[in-house]
Design a protein around this ligand. Structure first.
Ligand SMILES: *Cc1c(COP(=O)(O)O)cnc(C)c1O
Length: 296
């Protein structure tokens, strides 16, 4: 497997008369470039979990996810690189055609175990995995260890250059990491990709050790809910790609770029603001869309 390479990360400056007019500068941190499959932020969230698993000499890594999960794929790839056995507990019964995400995870050596949606909701652990001395990573890398890893994303840019760091939020672990790392006076703008996830703010603040005054959490850009989308989102993603050459995914970063554009248009950011938008990867998930939906 191709190595994960942090040297591939670039910071891309966006330029347009719209941004000039609004007196806003925008850079995009391309974490999506670290690996074609291993989603940028997922690798950062996983790094200390894997370290812990290795130092405590656990037999196997076990984690959870759905059929198109970036986290499942990132875990499979990271374990492959570190030569750690791993299992993925997958939501729903095994279907006759596996998603390309799961096909790749299996090729990378991950054992796949399918459980019913009910069992998944309660995170029931299949008996043989529960009996062994395994290392369990929460779904999505959620948790303090994940947030500490995500905090190291801030090593990839100079905080002094920006007023706001913008990112997509699922579990909120990445946002929490960015808050943990944030210098005083900086803002972390998090765009929730779930519908009505009102508990998210508390989760983020918990993982950020109650560092308050940094988070600006937005709930209005979910496009119907997690992994849902509308034609307006797809059109924007295609348009954004045409203008910037930056591909996005429909679950996270597409919603993030759409939100940032909308917020700038509505003067959410004071003139003179300097934005860093985190491109957290996730492009592999676009393969779940019908061919031709996206132009990239
Ligand atoms: C998982 C994921 C996120 C969300 O990260 P959280 O830490 O769960 O909030 C954002 N972007 C991409 C591409 C992801 O795969």
């Amino acid at each position: 497997m191709q190595d994960i390479n942090l040297h591939h990360i670039t910071t891309d400056r966006l330029s347009s008369s719209f941004l000039d007019e609004k007196k806003i500068s925008v850079d995009v941190l391309r974490l999506d470039k670290i690996h074609p499959l291993v989603s940028g932020n997922k690798w950062f969230k996983l790094r200390y979990y894997l370290e812990q698993a290795a130092t405590t000499r656990k037999k196997r890594i076990v984690t959870w996810g759905g059929a198109w999960s970036n986290h499942i794929l990132a875990t499979a790839a990271a374990c492959n690189l570190h030569r750690l056995p791993c299992s993925g507990i997958i939501r729903g019964e095994e279907s006759t055609t596996l998603s390309s995400t799961l096909v790749t995870a299996r090729e990378l050596g991950m054992q796949l175990l399918f459980i019913s949606r009910d069992d998944y909701r309660y995170k029931r652990i299949p008996a043989d995995l529960a009996m062994e001395d395994n290392f369990f990573i929460p779904e999505g890398g959620y948790g303090t260890t994940g947030a500490k890893g995500a905090a190291t994303i801030a090593d990839q840019y100079n905080q002094e250059d920006y007023t706001h760091t913008c990112c997509a939020a699922g579990t909120g672990t990445m946002s929490a990491g960015l808050i943990r790392a944030a210098l005083s006076g900086k803002k972390i703008v998090a765009v929730s990709v779930l519908k009505n996830n009102w508990a998210l703010e508390d989760h983020i603040l918990q993982l950020a050790e109650n560092k308050t005054g940094f988070l600006q959490l937005l709930h209005d850009y979910h496009f119907g809910g997690y992994a849902n989308y509308q034609p307006e989102l797809i059109a924007y993603m295609n348009d954004f790609y045409t203008q910037t050459n930056i591909p996005s995914d429909f679950v996270y970063t597409g919603k993030l770029f759409f939100a940032c554009n909308d917020l700038i248009r509505n003067n959410f950011f004071p003139p003179g603001s300097k934005l860093l938008i985190i491109h957290s990867g996730g492009l592999q998930g676009n393969t779940s869309l019908n061919k031709g939906t996206l132009i990239f």
